[in-house]
Design a protein around this ligand. Structure first.
Ligand code: 8GP
Length: 839
């Protein structure tokens, strides 16, 4: 399902093009240190491999044929593109061998071509590993790529979901969800480590026993499942360092349960055991709301328990003293989902290793750090105590004890301020008593990271204000980034070649700072010409895809205007659609002469709505309803087209982002923690039309406000605007108060009155901006939005100016490489050094 992604795709591991969720775990130096014997062996193997395992086309062909004959025994049968893809991957994937996997792409292409395969077609056989929801998970994938490339000794952990994020199909303009059974034909990148398994336990009771004269709590679990490791190698670029993404699959425990089988109901016993596998079956498709579901909690603990057993096993292989744990292991929580780890490490150290509570807590507080990825306090995860107590009774006790100590410490520091004590407590009293996972993580982590400057500011002054007052030194900013290897090198090969040509080096692929050197050529006419050519090639690729997907033919002279991301009210796809309706109205009212001056537009919207998110689903339907009207209006022709691209995922992004002229990032200020889509478009020379939210603020710092189109209320104006409503807008929005409601309400009325059909269905959508006080300020920002759109149109006519802005965008994107982010994490949060493998 990767579309025509161009050269290179197949040789990059599935995981680095995927969205992976959950924690990133980093190990302190220790890869080489203390492993003298291992190292000697590895060096000898490396030197032998250099002799035996060659990467020239003939050797590669020998490998492929070897696999065809001996691994799959297919030489006498048809051997198709998909199998060729699998064989190439299987043949090369062993990470001991991919000394520099990125650099064997050309040889593979040649080898395959000589065997009669088309490399591009073979590369397209690879589908997405959609193991996450949106920006949070894809950001993890970029981080893994950077960790590998910068030679950090890191491990990523996650779940091997059998069903990744649902496939979105559109029927009559409505979203339908289809399961994504991505492992149907196997995943050639992964290595099943059938001997790396751990028991994960649930339910049961806690008992107190005497041990060496002391009272000791022990957990007698009621259910055991097995976690099996599947490793996904992530090769760095220009280095031998290949790191591991270890994903856990649930399997029935291999322990023989005599009791269950003696009851005579053999079939049911087997069926019951088989149920264990459901734990890692399916990814929750809601990227924001946290329902207290038992399966979700089971997934979290399954993931945490298996990963920590794995980490502790490796630690104990070489060390006996737990005082050394903080020197050797740094655990990073990627949002609160894995924060049960804190209770689990305490349980392991106290109950299993018999350390004192104080000593264990001391150690735990030195190994954890966390990044949170959300702006709104309501989005923070809470686990109902009843649920936790039944699934993990010992952990609940530990959490209470952690909270007890914390409350004692807090009373000493702030006195008996009960309101603050109850707000900061890890335990939330109330109708549903719950554990606040964010509070737990902050109490225990040595560092709490925000994902943009603006996000950190919100954490400090609002979301975690009290904690900031207590521990200001814990709070740090690590502005997100994206990997230029995925988002330029692989997805935009024409731009890659052009950049390398004009910079005279490929070094920017490892060192993004060099991209800023493009500024030296910003006025060069030849450069401009080639730059525009590259965009044209990418627009052609995208236009073909649009036609194939939707049947809509689009003109390459039009401005390709894109908004692709999860559908959310706060991301304001609705503002975009309202703007399109307004544009349509304007066109309809224009005479022929005026129309001739209009910049033609192709508006592209894509994104998935959470299956239970009614409002988001209505936005998708509205988009289709409006598209149907506009695209079939012969009066309008090529001047305006609207297409919804179904099933937006990483492969689609690789096609859409390089082909965009303009991209929209419309979140109401103060709602998008960072955003990373903006960075991907920036890297591809696409101009941004955006609010001053999340990381966009820092993009403005880097490229200057006149190199993008900003609009809308600023973050410190939002609260007041919400209070006082639209009528007080004039001074802020620099527009007549009458004009704001007029243009906006005309559009709204059209939707309300059924101009696009489905009047009743869209009613609640209209109510959300009218009756429900326009919480996301669509009406408020509308005029300012239209002005920014008009500025974009005006600039597009001046192609020289546009190209200049486009070049300066790519030049400024150096600062938004995930390499910069990761280096920052390594130095100031994890305190680790690169660990370069011998070349
Ligand atoms: C996302 C943020 O919304 C986005 O701004 C940011 O770029 C991205 O994380 C990476 O940092 N956050 C989430 O997806 C999120 O908070 N999901 C909730 C389940 C925690």
């Amino acid at each position: 399902g990767s579309g025509s992604n161009g050269v290179g795709v197949g040789m990059v591991p599935a995981v680095s093009r995927s969205a992976v969720s959950r924690g990133v775990v980093v190990r302190r130096p220790g890869f080489v240190e203390g492993l003298g014997e291992h190292r000697a062996k590895a060096e000898r193997m490396f030197s032998l491999m250099d002799g035996f395992l060659k990467n020239d086309p003939i050797s590669l062909q020998k490998d492929i044929l070897h696999h065809v004959e001996y691994t799959v025994a297919r030489s006498r049968f048809s051997f198709d593109d998909f199998e060729a893809y699998q064989e190439v991957v299987i043949g090369r994937v062993s990470w001991l061998r991919d000394r520099d996997v990125w650099h064997i792409v050309d040889q593979c292409a040649e080898a395959l071509n000589q065997l009669g395969f088309e490399f591009e077609v073979v590369a397209e056989q690879e589908g997405d590993a959609a193991l996450g929801n949106g920006g949070l998970a894809r950001f993890s994938a970029c981080q893994m790529d950077s960790l590998a490339t910068l030679d950090y000794p890191a491990w990523g952990y996650g779940l091997r979901y059998e069903y990744g994020l649902f496939r979105q199909i559109i029927v009559d303009g409505f979203q339908h969800e289809q399961p994504d059974y991505w492992l149907n034909f196997g995943n050639p990148w992964e290595i099943a480590r059938i001997h790396v398994t751990y028991e994960v336990k649930f339910y049961g009771t806690v008992e107190e026993v005497e041990m060496n004269g002391d009272k000791q709590k022990i957990w007698i679990p009621g259910e055991t499942v097995e976690a099996v490791a599947y490793d996904n190698p992530i090769p760095g670029y220009g280095t031998r360092n290949t790191i591991n993404l270890r994903l856990w699959a649930a399997k029935p425990s291999s322990k023989f349960d005599l009791e269950a089988y003696n009851t005579g109901d053999y079939i049911n016993s087997v069926v019951n055991r088989q149920r264990a596998e459901t734990i890692s079956n399916v990814l929750y498709p809601d990227d924001r709301s946290h329902q207290g579901k038992e399966l979700r909690l089971k997934q979290q603990y399954f993931f945490v328990s298996a990963s920590l057993q794995d980490i502790m096993r490796r630690f104990k292989e070489e060390h006996t003293n737990f005082d050394e744990l903080p020197e050797k292991v740094a655990l990073h929580l990627n949002d609160t989902h894995p924060s049960l780890s804190i209770a689990e490490v305490m349980r392991m150290l106290v109950d299993e290793e018999h350390l004192s509570w104080k000593k264990a807590w001391d150690i735990v507080c030195k190994i954890f750090s966390i990044t949170t990825h959300t702006m709104v306090a309501e989005g923070l995860e809470k686990i109902p105590v009843d649920l936790l107590g039944s699934l993990l009774p010992r952990h609940l006790e530990i959490l209470y004890e952690i909270n007890h100590h914390f409350m004692e410490e807090l009373k000493e520091r702030i006195g008996l301020d009960y309101s603050r004590l109850s707000q900061m407590s890890i335990v939330e009293e109330g109708a549903v008593k719950s554990i606040r996972m964010a509070n737990l993580s902050i109490v225990c982590s040595h560092t709490v990271n925000g994902v943009s400057k603006l996000h950190l500011e919100t954490l400090k002054t609002k979301t975690f204000k009290d904690f900031y007052g207590l521990w200001p030194e814990k709070f740090q900013c690590k502005t997100n980034g994206v990997t230029q290897r995925r988002w330029i090198v692989v997805s935009n090969p024409s731009l890659r070649d052009l950049i390398s040509k004009w910079l005279g080096t490929e070094a920017w692929i490892r060192d993004a700072d060099i991209l800023s050197g493009l500024r030296d050529h910003v006025d060069n006419a030849d450069f401009h010409l080639e730059w525009k050519m590259v965009k044209k090639v990418n627009k052609m690729r995208l236009a073909e895809y649009i036609e194939a997907m939707s049947g809509v033919k689009v003109s390459l002279d039009a401005m390709f205007d894109v908004q692709v991301k999860r559908i959310h009210e706060y991301k304001r796809q609705l503002l975009n659609i309202f703007g399109i309706i307004h544009r349509y109205n304007c066109l309809k009212n224009m005479d022929k002469d005026s129309r001739r001056k209009v910049v033609p537009r192709v508006c592209i919207i894509g994104g998935k709505a959470a299956p239970g998110y009614e409002m988001a689903k209505k936005i998708i339907k509205l988009c289709h309803a409006v598209a149907e009207k506009i695209n079939n209006d012969t009066d309008i022709g090529d001047l305006l087209k609207l297409v919804f691209i179904p099933d937006y995922n990483v492969s689609v992004a690789e096609l859409v982002i390089p082909g965009a002229d303009l991209s929209q990032h419309l979140s109401t200020a103060g709602n998008e923690a960072s955003g990373t889509g903006n960075m991907k478009f920036l890297m591809n020379g696409c101009l941004l039309l955006a609010t001053e939210d999340g990381s966009t603020v820092e993009i403005v710092e880097e490229i200057g406000a006149d190199n993008l189109f900003l609009f809308g209320a600023k973050v410190d104006e939002v609260a007041e605007l919400r209070e006082n409503g639209v009528s007080n807008l004039a001074p802020l929005q620099n527009a007549s108060p009458l004009k704001v409601p007029l243009q906006f309400s005309r559009v709204l009325r059209m939707v309300r009155d059924g101009y696009f059909g489905h009047k009743d269905y869209f009613k609640s959508l209209c109510d959300s901006v009218e009756a429900a006080n326009d919480y996301y300020l669509l009406g408020t920002d509308f005029m300012s939005y239209l002005e920014a759109q008009a500025a974009a149109d005006k600039t597009f006519v001046n192609q020289e100016k546009w190209t200049r802005m486009s070049i300066l965008s790519v030049a400024g994107s150096w600062r938004f490489s995930s390499d910069r982010t990761i280096q920052d994490y390594a130095e100031s949060t994890w305190k680790i050094n690169p660990c370069r493998c011998p070349l």
